[in-house]
Design a protein around this ligand. Structure first.
Ligand code: ADP
Length: 355
């Protein structure tokens, strides 16, 4: 006859479990909880010592597996899907231990798969999105090539027109591939913090020069407020140029150049707040409804995909901006209300504060 596990053994087991980072619990022969560490209690808040496992872990799959392991003496792994309050998934490993004179116990360890599954889903979505973005212009180019080889073979006017469209579609694919490559390059170096001193004011002036023709074209005024002296951050010059370019270009494209926009100004400012440099880009255009704000920096997320494509957008600009800022250990804030324009602010640690 096995002796039930004694109080001293229990405290030893509990102490041992507490020292382990994984969520682990132990149940006795009668399915009552003998021990559970803090990590397990955090995941299963209704679990109680000395009460039935089913009270804290309501998963028929896990409970069935517990019975099987007890009968067979062989360990098992099962997946436990939790739907409320948020969707989460765990791999639960169930193994027998004890015996040899004292009560046979089962040890359950819970491994959270939620994050791994989310990343996997993101990766799958990303590949699907990227392929979809490339497929449309590619199909259009192939269509025109066939027309030019067939029905429009001798039509000089059609040829000129179709070649112009094909060129535009090819440029769109090329922009997309460039953006995808930048994104993957930045991601590869995400953990390496850039350390070269870079003057943000210089960056801003350079980008404003580059984008002036585009702004003039669309009758947009770029208004700049920046200190006369350099504002130096620890950074990667090319990447910071990219951040300023993407934000100002978006403000021109979506904000100031909108047909309905009254105020066609983009206010660009650099300020120093404590140990941080702040670059803010503000437009007075149509703005962005608040439900979109948290998702704007996701890859391929657009408020209006048709509008973005028509304006030459890839849907990756803000994702690139976010990644670059993360690499610089900075922060991006987006403030906007429908009808009241948008304000994008980038906070970057000053070079002198890099330690
Ligand atoms: P893209 O411009 O290539 O579509 P971005 O990642 O740069 O991609 O921007 C994502 C979306 O955010 C845009 O499609 C647009 O809907 C919205 N957006 C960005 N900047 C602004 C802005 N200044 N005003 C209004 N909407 C904006």
């Amino acid at each position: 006859m096995d002796t039930p596990i004694r109080q001293r053994d229990r405290s030893l087991i509990r102490g041992l479990l507490e020292a382990l980072p994984a969520a682990i619990l132990i149940i006795g022969e009668d399915d009552r909880v003998v021990a559970a560490n803090a990590a397990a209690l955090a995941l299963l808040p209704s679990l109680r010592m000395d009460e039935l496992l089913a009270r804290g872990l309501r998963s028929p799959d896990v409970l069935d597996s517990v019975s099987r392991v007890r009968a067979s003496g062989r360990s098992e792994r099962v997946i436990w899907l939790e739907k409320v309050p948020v969707e989460r998934s765990f791999e639960v490993s169930i193994a027998p231990f004890g015996g040899d004179g004292f009560e046979p116990l089962l040890i359950l360890s819970l491994h959270d798969l939620t994050e791994a599954r989310r990343l996997e889903r993101m990766r799958v979505d990303f590949v699907a999105n990227a392929s979809h973005e490339l497929r449309t212009p590619l199909a259009s180019v192939l269509g025109f090539v066939e027309t030019l080889q067939g029905p429009a073979r001798d039509d000089a006017i059609a040829r000129t027109k179709f070649l112009a469209i094909m060129r535009e579609q090819a440029q769109r694919m090329s922009r997309l591939v460039d953006d995808l490559l930048s994104l993957s390059r930045i991601e590869q170096h995400l953990h390496v913090r850039p350390s070269t001193p870079v003057d943000l004011v210089g960056i801003l002036r350079h980008i404003v020069d580059t984008l002036s023709p585009m702004a003039d074209d669309r009758r947009v005024k770029l208004s700049i407020a920046a200190p006369n002296s350099p504002v130096v951050v620890a950074g990667d010059r090319d990447e910071l140029l990219r951040v300023a370019e993407n934000l100002i270009e978006n403000a021109i494209k979506y904000g100031a150049a909108d047909a309905a926009t009254q105020n066609r100004t983009v206010d660009i400012a650099i300020t120093v707040q404590g140990l941080q440099a702040v670059l803010s880009v503000r437009d007075y255009g149509a703005g962005i409804a608040h439900e979109h704000l948290p998702r704007l920096t996701e890859r391929f997320y657009r408020v209006d995909a048709g509008e973005s494509r028509a304006k030459g957008g890839t849907g990756l600009g803000l994702a690139i901006v976010k990644h670059i800022i993360a690499r610089h250990r900075g922060r991006l804030t987006i403030e906007s209300k429908l009808g009241e324009g948008a304000n994008f602010s980038v906070f970057l640690p000053l070079f002198e504060a890099r330690a």
